[in-house]
Write a protein that binds this ligand. Sequence first.
Ligand code: C2E
Ligand code: FE
Length: 369
Amino acid sequence: ASEFPQSDLLLSTIFEYMGKMSTETDIAKMLLLLADLGTKLVQADRCTVWLHDSPSQTVWTVAGHGVERITIADTSGFVGHSIQTGSLINVYDAYLDKRFNTAVDRETGYRTRSILCMPFTNQEGKIIGAFQAINKLDDTHFTKDDETLLTFASTYAGKSLDAFILHKELLETQKEIIETMGEIGESRSQETGNHVKRVALYSYKLAQLAGVSESQALQLRYASPMHDIGKVATPDSILLKPGKLTPEEFEEMKLHTVIGYNVFRKSERELLKTAATIAYEHHERWQGGGYPRGLEGEEIHIFGRITAVADVFDALGSDRVYKKAWPIEKIVSYLSDQRGRQFDPRLIDLFLDHLDEFVAIRDSYTDRM
Ligand code: C2E
Ligand code: FE
């Protein structure tokens, strides 16, 4: 027999929530699920799960679905105290405790009485947040059993939220490395990092318009910044030449596609394989005659065709060492003229139908400033 009353009910509640949480991918929803679980376990009127953000010295949470984040100083109230000291707090009447921040009740009209607050840690034992239960339902206070139950919930919260934070950290790191690599390709040709960001966003948008699945569109978005990475091997004398390239120089410039392809093609990672394809095919032409292979039509991967439009739209609208930026009318007439020649006609139609949206992206990542 268990020491807890109604232990079957507890167990089924725990299993119910573990099931829901195991498939959750949104951290805000995860916080709400954990809070719900906490409320049921200790029979509180409400429960909040706070996450610590050390760089900004704040803790944050969400109050409900689709609601904005609530952020407070990481030294404020019981939550702040719990996080700073790493200790459990069980108060019977908040108003008799000087750590209580009465401003919250005054603002919300809520009447806080009992509070149970407990920090939780990640795998390395670092405090990453706190669980807070407010007002025991039967108007008494939280018991030793409640402390044990909230400890269980906190341990679980620490483990699952840590995995979330790590996963997000990994994704962010991956994105940053990709953008940085793209910028290395660009920086030598004096272009700002914004070129690669714009190309990523144009490609993503155009992929969505073309009916590419969301996961594929995201692949394209994260891989397209690396389309010109092969330019790291192009000599400065060519890359930075203020005037027109000689035929020999242009032959050498063309190699950036093959070099980029060779950098990534051996990777087992889906994203880097995508990057290889894009580097290889972004200078192919719909009617043939592009480089390096002279593919035609749908022989060119959709990612290559999309990035071609995005890259040229951006190149034409930007200053280069060898040319001035073109006005938008001239760009539009060039794209229309090359519809079905340099570019996939269907993509040009979609692009021009949504031109204002592409221009809006351009205007939010300008090179001047
Ligand atoms: P980029 O400057 O990023 O340009 C990418 C693509 O945008 C070009 O691929 C081309 O399709 C289009 N584009 C850019 N500027 C113009 C333009 O003034 N007129 C037209 N019609 N299209 C333009 P492309 O031509 O294969 O060139 C690949 C890369 O080779 C360029 O990347 C640039 O780094 C270099 N490059 C091309 N032409 C010259 C040049 O005359 N002088 C120098 N220094 N570099 C050049
Ligand atoms: Fe290129």
